[in-house]
Design a protein around this ligand. Structure first.
Ligand SMILES: [Zn+2]
Length: 263
């Protein structure tokens, strides 16, 4: 692996830790008293040491959802917060890690997981991470998977949205865990109804994204539901055995979905 993770400050108290390979964007959010690490990537290298270089504050760790490119590094931390519905997915995170780790690395990770299991604490709608001077509120946003959460920093108008809204790649409502387009649209309506959103930090875009993109995702989902979407059949590119799926576009947003998983 040639790449290494790099850290970039993108806003006051918000650092992007750019991942390795297809790893997610990892976000470190700092308040005056403590910090929150949002997602843990694939579990390659020593993320914990990298985080502890970046902040001297005590910090907690949360997963936006359970996919292995977001939760594969959980094993390095004593305790990780996630939605209960994200747990089954996080249980099999090593399947993704195994796509990039060497057999030796993978064996070392599994050994560590057995010797020192990471505690899981479940979060739900309305829970708040108070970091001092900034609070991150948990908003349940199922769709991509049943356990997706978005974290809202209301004071700064910033959402941390995992794989709910993405521009670097299409929104994937075609993974085995996807609930339905209808469920996703409901989640997007929750986000568009929030007051004061200025932008969002997604799980794969390496910058703060504009609020307008959130509306594009919501409108795109609505159009799939009411049958007016600008859509076509495409190759999903996913290793799940189903080669083709549907792809709808609206403005800057694109959603991949299955015609039998709309409602
Ligand atoms: Zn995902």
């Amino acid at each position: 692996m040639a790449e290494k993770r790099t850290a970039t400050k993108v806003a006051e108290g918000v650092t992007l830790i750019k991942g390795i390979d297809f790893e997610c964007c990892i976000w470190l959010v700092e308040g005056t008293e403590s910090a929150l690490l949002i997602d843990t990537g694939l579990g390659i290298g020593d993320l914990r040491a990298e985080v502890e270089e970046l902040t001297k504050l005590p910090y907690r760790v949360v997963n936006t959802h359970g996919h292995g490119d977001h939760s594969g590094g959980n094993y390095a931390f004593d305790c990780v917060y996630m939605h209960e519905a994200a747990a089954p997915c996080a249980d099999i995170a090593m399947e993704m890690t195994g796509m990039v780790a060497s057999p030796e690395e993978l064996a070392a990770i599994r050994k560590r997981m057995e010797e020192k299991p990471t505690e899981r604490r479940f979060i739900r709608e309305g829970d708040v991470f108070d970091l001092g001077g900034r609070k991150l509120e948990v908003i349940e946003t199922p769709g991509h998977t049943p356990g997706d959460v978005t974290l809202y920093d209301r004071v700064n108008g910033l959402l941390f949205s995992g794989d709910c809204m993405l521009k670097a790649m299409d929104v994937l409502l075609v993974v085995p865990q996807t609930v339905s387009v209808e469920c996703y649209a409901r989640s997007m309506h929750k986000l568009t109804a929030l007051e004061g959103v200025k932008g969002f930090c997604s799980g794969h875009d390496q910058c703060v994204m504009p609020r307008s993109f959130l509306q594009d995702c919501a409108d795109c989902a609505d159009e799939i539901l009411d049958g007016t979407a600008d859509c076509s059949e495409v190759e999903s590119g996913l290793p799940d055995g189903e080669k083709y799926c549907m792809r709808a576009v609206h403005g800057d947003a694109a959603i991949m979905y299955r015609s039998y998983k709309i409602r």
